[in-house]
Write a protein that binds this ligand. Structure first.
Ligand code: HEM
Length: 573
């Protein structure tokens, strides 16, 4: 007879081939400084020389194992009062908060990518993490076998899909700085990431020399850095990188060696095996890496892996790069104007620009979810990584029992199925429906759409946030180097942009567009976007604007191949 008091049996999670998967994909780079370098293989000679260089570089590309080691070392060196600090090192699209590095400073910055040994026998993580991704055109130059890749989005490339994504007017790909219709073709993108800028510069110097010797044309180079004035916050001022999917899987056959740390107490909470941090869904690795088990309708049971064609794509991932310019001044001017007009209406008397902006994000600037604190920001909640991602949309949430006895003391979210508290158009609700059903199915439908955000802001922050454009030294050249990892560009990135962010009636009505980030596919340059905001009761206003405060200015669809594919298929190995 089985004992009904025993804890639920956890799912058996696979040991992932972390020596073969690039670290930018699993667990994702976690560094406050990055440099992106884009190259074009000019001619046949350049291709041959580059293949040889790539073979040498393959030892330096950061594997999942090296990157995980680096992540764990960071956590050890930056202990926080409570385990919550661990989450501060989760990857994000505005980059991590730079850590106060303690203890030993890593040595050998210039050739840092070859792990050396440290006292405990574990390989010391490199100072500079490196990743490489290829466009379809780039892959075809290196191997004719790339012609068998079935993804239509990848084959066509980002610029060809731009109209479908809603890029028009100032965001038209004829105006892009990189990867556009009038810029030189991009064959590959290298990402260098580090805790300090110095080591990146040193590594980059040698790399650029090597690439030029091969006859590679450098068509793009850009630095991304976390904001020094507001670490972890994107340029409009909101904390970013809070909610990321956790990947299921272990780094070794040791039972507890999970890639994504687990914080819930399974003996006290039957659903503990669904989450890493509270609110952090665990997805099966096939959602992020090709050739692995997918998430099935029952999140505890792995679904079959999708077939991988050609076979060498196994352990690779797709990387979406989107250079998104943010017009900080326009954003806040629009929020101020709209709030001033809206507060004339009954039910909206207390609306401020900050509150309105927080409603269209779904979180307050500190990161505190509006579902937990609907009336005002709560900085302590925003900072608290064990609480700031724990909330539900469709039903009431309760405090979860955590390992170590942590107590979540903040107000709990209450059921908000209509979007009266957090509008259905809010950015975070458009891209992750959490416990809500959607136009594509039940609660599980969101799992298939998750992506890992590993981007970082570019350009110095604008201070004050509403400075007139004439006083902006960068003339608006700031924004987000959006980078996302997924197993399917069509089913994850493009689905989110076109079907949920850009469609006013999905995932659920009344919603409107994701007015915070989304473009839309209405024809014409001066097109309106709208979203429904509720007042104190159920009063509704449809907020409309044609202001484009986020303008796509470049990007690419890339494949981040496995180390084996780089060595055996793409390089001279
Ligand atoms: C400049 C453009 C963007 C800005 C400023 C921005 C900002 C934010 C902020 C402030 C959050 C909430 C904090 C967090 O949970 O990390 C967030 C969450 C998120 N964003 Fe964006 N974002 C941008 C573009 C995009 C794009 C293009 C996509 C995907 C197509 C995207 C996907 C997501 C996802 C998946 C989340 C997590 C939602 C959740 O799980 O709750 N973002 N973003």
């Amino acid at each position: 007879m089985s004992d009904s008091l025993t804890a639920p049996v956890p799912p058996v999670e696979p040991v992932l081939p972390l020596d073969d998967i690039q670290g930018i994909a699993v667990p994702g780079f976690l560094k406050p400084h990055q440099t992106l370098i884009g190259g074009r293989l000019r001619d046949h000679e350049a291709v041959l020389a580059f293949r040889t260089l790539l073979l040498g570089m393959s030892d330096e590309i950061s594997t999942g194992r090296v990157t995980l080691h680096d992540r764990r070392a960071y956590r050890e060196q930056n202990p926080a009062p409570q385990v919550a600090a661990e989450a501060a090192s989760s990857v994000m699209h505005a980059g991590p908060k730079p850590g106060r590095r303690r203890g030993r400073k890593a040595k050998g910055a210039a050739k840092a990518n070859t792990p050396s040994m440290i006292a405990d026998g574990a390989p010391e993580a490199p100072v500079v993490l490196m990743a490489i991704g290829f466009t379809f055109d780039g892959l075809l130059k290196l191997t004719p076998g790339a012609a068998a890749i079935p993804s239509v989005a990848f084959r066509q490339g980002l610029a060809a899909r731009a109209a479908m994504l809603g890029d028009a007017g100032p965001g038209d790909p004829t105006k892009w700085k990189v990867g556009g219709l009038t810029t030189p073709a991009l064959d590959f993108l290298i990402v260098l990431a580090s805790t300090d800028r110095g080591p990146i510069k040193q590594r980059e110097k040698q790399l650029l020399k090597d690439l030029k010797t091969c006859g590679v044309e450098i068509v793009y180079r850009e630095e991304g850095d976390v904001r020094t004035d507001h670490p972890g916050h994107e340029h409009f001022g909101f904390d970013d990188g809070i909610s990321q999917p956790g990947i299921r899987g272990r780094a070794s056959s040791d039972g507890d060696d999970f890639i994504t740390p687990r914080h819930l107490a399974p003996d006290l909470f039957p659903q503990a095996h669904l989450f890493g941090y509270p609110g952090q869904d665990l997805v099966w690795p096939g959602e992020l890496v090709l050739g692995h088990a997918n998430t099935s309708p029952d999140p505890l049971v792995p679904g079959p892996a999708d077939p991988v064609t050609p076979q060498w794509l196994h352990n690779g991932s797709y990387l979406v790069f989107r250079r998104l310019r943010q017009d900080v001044s326009l954003f806040w001017r629009t929020m101020e104007d709209a709030a001033r007009r809206m507060k004339q209406r009954e039910g909206f008397e207390h609306l401020t620009a900050d509150r309105l902006a927080s409603l269209i994000v779904g979180r307050w600037p500190s990161g505190a979810p509006v579902n937990r604190v609907p009336n005002e920001d709560d900085e302590a909640l925003g900072r608290d990584k064990l609480a700031n991602n724990h909330f539900r949309f469709d039903s009431d949430a309760a405090a979860l029992p955590l390992k170590g006895g942590y107590k979540d003391v903040y107000p709990m979210s209450v059921a908000d199925p209509a979007g009266a508290v957090c509008p259905w158009s809010a950015h975070i609700r458009k891209v992750n429906t959490r416990d809500s059903a959607s136009d594509t199915g039940g609660r599980d439908s969101t799992y298939k759409r998750r992506l890992l955000r590993v981007g970082i802001p570019f350009g110095a922050p604008l201070k004050p946030r509403d400075a007139p454009p004439a006083k902006d030294p960068l003339k608006g050249n700031r924004g987000l180097l959006f980078l996302s990892i997924q197993a399917s560009i069509e089913e994850q990135f493009e689905f989110l942009v076109t079907r949920w962010m850009g469609d006013p009636s999905r995932p659920k009505s009344p919603a409107g567009h994701d007015i915070f980030v989304g473009q839309n596919d209405a024809p014409g340059e001066d097109r309106m976007r709208s979203c429904v905001i509720f007042g104190k009761g159920f009063e509704q206003i449809s907020l409309e604007t044609n202001a484009q405060w986020i303008v796509p200015t470049g990007g690419a669809y890339l494949l981040v191949p496995s180390i084996t594919a780089i060595r055996r298929v793409l390089s001279g190995g």
